[in-house]
Write a protein that binds this ligand. Sequence first.
Ligand SMILES: Nc1ncnc2c1ncn2[C@@H]1O[C@H](COP(=O)(O)OP(=O)(O)OP(=O)(O)O)[C@@H](O)[C@H]1O
Ligand SMILES: [Mg+2]
Length: 742
Amino acid sequence: MKKSPLAMQSTSQTQKNKPLHEKEALVKLLRWHFGHAQFRDKQLDAIQAVLSGRDCFCLMPTGGGKSMCYQIPALAKPGIVLVVSPLIALMENQVIGLKEKGIAGEFLSSTQTMQVKTKIYEDLDSGKPSLRLLYVTPELTATPGFMSKLKKIHSRGLLNLVAIDEAHCISSWGHDFRPSYRKLSSLRNYLPDVPILALTATAAPKVQKDVMESLCLQNPLVLKSSFNRPNLFYEVRYKDLLDDAYADLCSVLKSNGDTCAIVYCLERTTCDELSAYLSAGGISCAAYHAGLNDKARSSVLDDWISSRKQVVVATFFVCFSEMVYVAQFSLILFQALHGIDRKDVRLVCHFNIPKSMEAFYQESGRAGRDQLPSKSLLYYGMDDRRRMEFILSKNQSKNSQSFSTRERSSKKSISDFSQMVDYCEGSGCRRKKILESFGEQIPVSLCKNSCDACKHPNLLAKYLGELTSAVLQKNHFSQIFISSQDRTDGGQYSEFWNRDDEASGSEEDISDCDDGIEAVKKVANSKLSTKAGLNERINFLQHAEESYYRNKISDKQVNKPSKNAVSDVLRQGSKEKLLNALRQAQQRLRNLTIEFEASAIFLENECYNKYGKSGKSFYYSQVASTIRWLSTANSIELTNRLGIDTDSPSVNFISKEEPPAAPSPSLEQRPAQITGKELDGSCGSENSIGAFQTESESPSTSLPVIPSFSEFVNRRKVKDNQPNTSCKESPKKNFDKRMRLQ
Ligand SMILES: Nc1ncnc2c1ncn2[C@@H]1O[C@H](COP(=O)(O)OP(=O)(O)OP(=O)(O)O)[C@@H](O)[C@H]1O
Ligand SMILES: [Mg+2]
């Protein structure tokens, strides 16, 4: 229900005599609509600036209350405020919140029906729009059609403000660069006298300058709050010193009771595995990543926001342009839970090291937005560090940018990352390191022992000593404690990455899949990258990922047995899980009769044929995603996928002429109706995974092995004539892991 407007929004006599932006009146609005007693920090300054028609650049920490800086102006006078936001989930979340408070807010995106969009446009076209806040994506803002609508509204004097949320996305120096944000620079030309408010929580001085210049802000009021988050406790745990990081995290979550948490991982397979592990440990948990379909993703988000689930395990985001390379290594990354407002997040855990201090700050800042004590916990591992260095270094290898731009961007990424490495490997106050990375000089006393380094300096020194020994023992990281300066300026960005290697054309290790490259190039360069929805892009990336692995398998047949191979026991276990999921699906969809056993075998075969040879994690992830699908699929979807004959009381698989595929020893009794083609999953080409297995081959010995990340890296080292420093061969297992829960 709409809340009646305060008198100040109408043209009452008293109001005519008072300036719209007088503090007292604005506080009234804050109390009336949001129930907050006072403005925080720089909120009032920002609101008064934009209401008086001045541009404003507002730097406030995560959870600082930036939204209020445009929400109050939207309520202070008739007309609309346009809010540009990078994520549909974020817009949706804010609009729902506004509607609950009776404030007329809407968003426009590809996910909405034509009917909803038409209603919004009709309202905008009317002489007196009822809308107060309209959220849009940067892509839409830049389209001529929408721009002409904006100009119309503006010509009627109804466009009060353009707010650019997460404004750092406009800067290629920022950690979240979004090319589409660049288009916002035309706003000033088209709407010269509409004030622009740029808001961000993560802006290094270079980024700030870039944001202000790119948006053509004129004499902006620049407001900066401290980045310090006094209610957050910062801690790092060392994976190389832990027996089992999964178990460690599980205990942390359990020891804190049923608290709300976000766990960020680099890969979706880790997300799935970790989420399954935590769930099995009794934690109310769900995975959230690009591998889920729309429905599943929004249901996870809903469950989490409405406290039905307490822990969400999400992939973090590297950068869209980086996905071009990242996708080829099957790391489809997705920016998750960015700016979503659940105030009571007590723990943010980075299960893998993030790529920069900015990203870390932004993500860890999701904790304690209600200002209550909360924690940031980062699990640091040497392998994770190498992996991230590899991804960041690879970012420059091939795209349309000029060499100097690539070099600049790569150097920057590596230098940004080195701050994160210093954060983990250094012994000083973590808080100080975070704040110094944003240019704030603070005394250590400000921390008040609210990081592990200040609270347990001796313990940390001990761990770091043990870590050094572990690394030396492993002998694959002799340069680990080199200074960040050496790392960035010396040209040798890391132990395994060498830019000369790039020049020598050893790209075949990186990608030998044109299909995949084409797909990801499309995402990066084509119309898709600017016009298509995120889901479409993710589909492309998934396609690239799958193609990459299919081709990788066909091109590089490696015949040694892998310890990552999918065992029959694992397959049997998956079948059981699918069986349970099918039973639940049938309970949900009472009108459908499912032949459980045959269907479970069919679905398991699908998973195995698609990802079985790519290794356990992929296979497991596919099973998990099938189970999730079963929990939401409707009768028609199930009928289509399983080939259920609805006239028959039992399942009939669609009959095909081909003979059944070679069964694995434990799954020999597959229904005869399941054909080779069906088992082959998505394709029947020579390059397909299915084409790789001959009838006589036993899955356990014939599985083609995709090199693991470290194997891949080590091959490069061998090429470089470096001594063999394989981490696989390092005596890691002999190292006494002694880090324990505190
Ligand atoms: N003046 C205020 N008094 C009390 N609470 C406030 C005030 N202003 C905002 N808040 C609350 O603070 C929380 C965070 O606000 P908001 O989402 O606007 O933060 P933000 O700065 O945009 O953070 P992020 O960078 O994470 O997006 C919200 O729950 C909001 O209701
Ligand atoms: Mg925000």
